[in-house]
Design a protein around this ligand. Structure first.
Ligand code: NAP
Length: 296
């Protein structure tokens, strides 16, 4: 039976893909084909799956994508040299360096090396700064941008809302907070960011009109931690043992979905909520990078 208060991330992502496809057609008229380079270091199983999914979506939309693989043992200098080559290649409009990187590589130096105009993942400090300043010329990281679109396209009121973000990671929590506190349309929220040192985290959650869970702890957010009618967005991806599954495990989010869903106003399923939006926003950012590069 369909659940009435579900935010269907797959359907919303399809809508964004359709908009992106029209922009790709318009570029084709000018003989521009968006190009996206993936860089993967090592064989982290989740990264293999994520990059594969992003490649398939690129191909479906007509984005030229290519994955550059380096071994786990690659040096930081080798990785930076590859990024320099991609930065200089006019056929490459977007560059995505898949996280996590091996521990011997300085992730911050790597993200800083990607030219801001090609940084479709939004992790270069120039784009991080633009997001913080509310400068719309930068690229916003795909997962928080995807969550923002889910809220907007579900018509969840954001202005004046109490938003609680669980997690202060650089990939989700911090950029999410930056987006929602801006003095701008579809923002103007009052944002609280909780983390492992937060005193009375459940108390903060119970006040929230919107909760965005991005901590990476399976089914952390329980029904008694939310206000009735709250909007709940589940970003987490956690693998838990499941003897019924063929692989012996399955993926769940940071929200105890079965118990939270009946009490929530709106809620994302997981999978099928935020994940498809991350990909949709990556495709959209890449096309925007191609539009900007070809207009210059
Ligand atoms: P991260 O950088 O590791 O940050 C995790 C945050 O959660 C940290 O701020 C940490 O607090 C906090 N935290 C951990 N355990 C906690 C607890 N028990 N109580 C309160 N706070 C706790 O992670 P991330 O990269 O932001 O990712 C977060 C989750 O989102 C992960 O499950 C990841 O797989 C998922 N994700 C999903 C997508 C998608 O497309 N669906 C994309 C990106 C990430 P401290 O700072 O105090 O350590």
């Amino acid at each position: 039976m369909p659940v009435a208060n579900l935010i269907d991330g797959r359907a919303i992502a399809e809508g964004i893909h359709a908009e992106t496809a029209r922009r790709i057609e318009a570029l084709a008229v000018r003989e521009v084909k968006p190009g996206l380079a993936f860089v993967r270091v090592g064989e982290d199983p989740a990264s293999v799956v994520y990059v594969g999914m992003k490649e398939r979506h690129s191909a479906k939309l007509g984005i030229n994508s290519r994955t550059h693989l380096l071994p786990e043992s690659a040096s930081e200098a080798e990785l930076l040299a590859l990024i320099d080559r991609l930065n200089a290649d006019p056929a490459v409009h977007g560059i995505l360096v898949q996280a996590p990187l091996p521990a011997h590589i300085g992730a911050a130096r790597v993200y800083a090396r990607v030219r801001p105009e090609k940084d479709v993942d939004g992790f270069n400090p120039v784009n991080v700064g633009k997001l913080m300043l509310g400068d719309p010329t930068g690229f916003v990281p795909c997962t928080p941008a995807g969550v923002h679109e889910l809220l907007i396209r579900t018509s969840v009121p954001i202005a004046g809302a109490e938003v609680v973000i669980l997690g202060r990671g650089n990939i989700v929590g911090k950029p999410m907070a930056s987006l929602l506190i801006q003095k701008a349309r579809n923002a103007n929220a009052t944002v609280t960011v909780c983390h492992s040192q937060t005193r009375d985290l459940p108390g903060h959650c119970r006040r929230a009109d919107i909760i965005i869970a991005a901590i990476g702890v399976a089914r952390f957010l329980k029904a008694d931690m939310i206000k009735p009618g709250a909007t709940v967005i589940d970003v987490g991806v956690n693998r838990i043992p499941d003897p019924q599954a063929k692989s012996g495990s399955r993926l769940v989010g940071d929200v105890d979905f079965e118990n939270v869903q009946p009490k929530a106003g709106w809620i994302t399923p997981n999978p099928g909520g935020v994940g498809p939006m991350t990909i949709a926003l990556l495709m959209r950012n890449t096309v925007r990078a191609a539009e900007l590069a070809s207009a210059a």
